[in-house]
Design a protein around this ligand. Structure first.
Ligand code: LFR
Length: 474
């Protein structure tokens, strides 16, 4: 059996087909990368899911034969299928605003306490539960989250992988099965939720036409199909006393637990208990993440020659500390749009002078994000009663030295940065484990720790400056 595995990862900045080789250690190569931008049609923001599927096939063809294939993506978004398995409509992107006000209505009807007690999920306006209630479900026979949809197109098999299902708001956090009483109470058709799969379960063999198109065949395996679940599975930690920040378009900041925390305090802090690989709980909160920076860059490139991120980061390092800081989780920052203008408005609203140059905006964004990381890590510790000795910062953000240092300074804890490709590592290592090449989470993590370059940042500077900045923002 070959020791090569393919990971399909659909992320916000791009989609990729990655090839991992475990013959001697753990190495990754990129077989194919393609854009994954949302498509706006009139006032709706959509996935370009058919275009992505075509790119995935191109990537698999380029990757060549592997032992198995795993698919992950961001959470919550889905397609509806009719009884024949055909897609009804085009999946809507979670940054669309069709769910405005729905979370409040549901909380009014069912009770926020009940919702949290059943699903353990943080309230984000785009959770699947609210999207489904804003959607037209007539004729829908099946709801498939995006990685499950890709799995279905590749194999013809229907199912719902559990880590991603846990982000719907419709999974029972205690039993990890569909929360049928809640589903019925909301008037959603319970038949649309397919049987659950665990990371490592077989999805199925490639359809004959798919195998013919890519030129080889291999089984598809369920992985932690929620990208964050895969990333957390690949955090190169040893022992339980770590926090993590999975930092890309979003920063997912928290800890790993054996059991959910469902206290009123936890609900008030909007902490989530998402399902991790191997029955673990991802106890975390969403922090707005590098989206703030990405949208600034997009705004500046629309009006000028485009900005070089490397230069901007170098200039940001020389900017005055804490000249302006914002709460990164202001709801106004969520949709696509003019981010510098929105940051400026938020500064004015909070009595601060807006940044006066791109470098000053970058400084503001990175300090604000580090404050978000600090609050989430500290609250995760307090609410769970767990101690943390180190923060692992994984994902693309681990390449951002300034953000890593700020996070260490703000948290007052060492930060171990890397790998940037944590999601892909988590994806392929769950496949490798199913193939018998790795034993469990611990060995997966130590394989990442020993095979990948990591960088350690010690906390520096005056911690009181961060306390003061935090008091200004939260
Ligand atoms: C990260 C992520 C987060 C989820 C957000 C929206 O890519 O999956 O975990 O809250 O995207 O789905």
């Amino acid at each position: 059996m070959s020791r090569r595995f393919a990971a399909v990862d659909l992320g916000a900045s791009s989609g990729r087909v990655m090839l991992a080789d475990l013959s001697g250690g753990l190495s990754l190569t990129e077989a194919h990368r393609f854009p994954n931008g949302p498509v706006r049609v009139a006032d709706r923001l959509y996935w370009d899911v058919l275009g992505l599927y075509r790119e995935i096939l191109t990537g698999l063809r380029a990757a060549g034969p592997v032992s198995s294939i795993g698919v992950d993506s961001w959470a919550v978004d889905y397609a509806l299928l009719d009884g024949s398995g055909a897609m009804l409509g085009n999946p809507v992107h979670y940054r669309d605003d069709r769910t405005r006000g729905v979370a409040e209505q549901v909380a009014g009807a069912v009770g926020a306490e009940t919702l949290y007690d059943v699903s353990g999920l943080q309230v984000l306006p785009f959770n699947t539960i609210y999207q489904l209630l804003a959607d037209r479900l007539d004729g829908a026979a099946t709801m498939l989250l995006i990685p499950d949809l890709i799995g279905y197109w590749l194999t013809g098999e229907l199912g719902a992988e559990v880590t991603n299902a846990s982000t719907t708001g419709l999974l029972d956090v205690r039993t990890r099965s569909w929360a049928l009483p809640l589903i019925k109470q909301l008037g959603l058709p319970s038949g649309i939720f397919p049987p659950l799969r665990q990371p490592g379960d077989a999805v199925g063999g490639l359809r004959r036409d798919v195998a013919a198109e890519i030129g080889w065949s291999a089984p598809v395996r369920a992985v932690g199909s929620h990208d964050t679940a895969s990333a957390v599975a690949a955090v190169p930690a040893s022992g339980p006393s770590f926090a993590y920040v999975s930092c890309g378009t979003w920063s997912l900041a928290g800890i790993e637990l054996p059991e959910p925390v469902l206290t009123p305090e936890s609900r008030a802090a909007n902490f989530t208990n998402e399902a991790g690989v191997d029955g673990t709980v991802r106890y975390l909160r969403n922090v707005m993440g590098l989206w703030l920076l990405q949208e600034c860059l997009r705004a500046w490139s629309a009006t000028g020659p485009g900005s070089d991120l490397r230069e901007l980061l170098a200039a940001a390092a020389g900017e005055r500390p804490f000249a302006a800081v914002v709460n990164p989780d202001e709801p106004a920052f969520l949709p696509p749009g003019d981010m510098p203008a929105r940051i400026a408005a938020e500064c004015r609203r909070t009595g601060q002078r807006p940044p006066s140059s791109p470098a000053a905006y970058v400084r503001c964004v990175l300090e604000s994000l580090a404050l978000g990381h600090r609050l989430a890590v500290r609250q995760a510790m307090e609410l769970s009663g767990r101690d943390v000795e180190v923060v692992h910062l994984v994902g693309g953000g681990s390449r951002n030295e300034l953000l890593c240092q700020f996070t260490a300074d703000a948290c007052g804890l060492p930060v171990v940065a890397g790998p940037a490709e944590a999601t892909t590592f988590g994806n392929v290592l769950v496949q490798a484990r199913a193939a018998g090449l790795v034993s469990g989470l611990e060995e997966m993590r130590s394989l990442v720790a020993t095979s990948q370059p990591l960088r350690r940042y010690e906390p520096s500077g005056d911690p009181r400056a961060w306390d003061e900045a935090a008091a200004r923002v939260f």
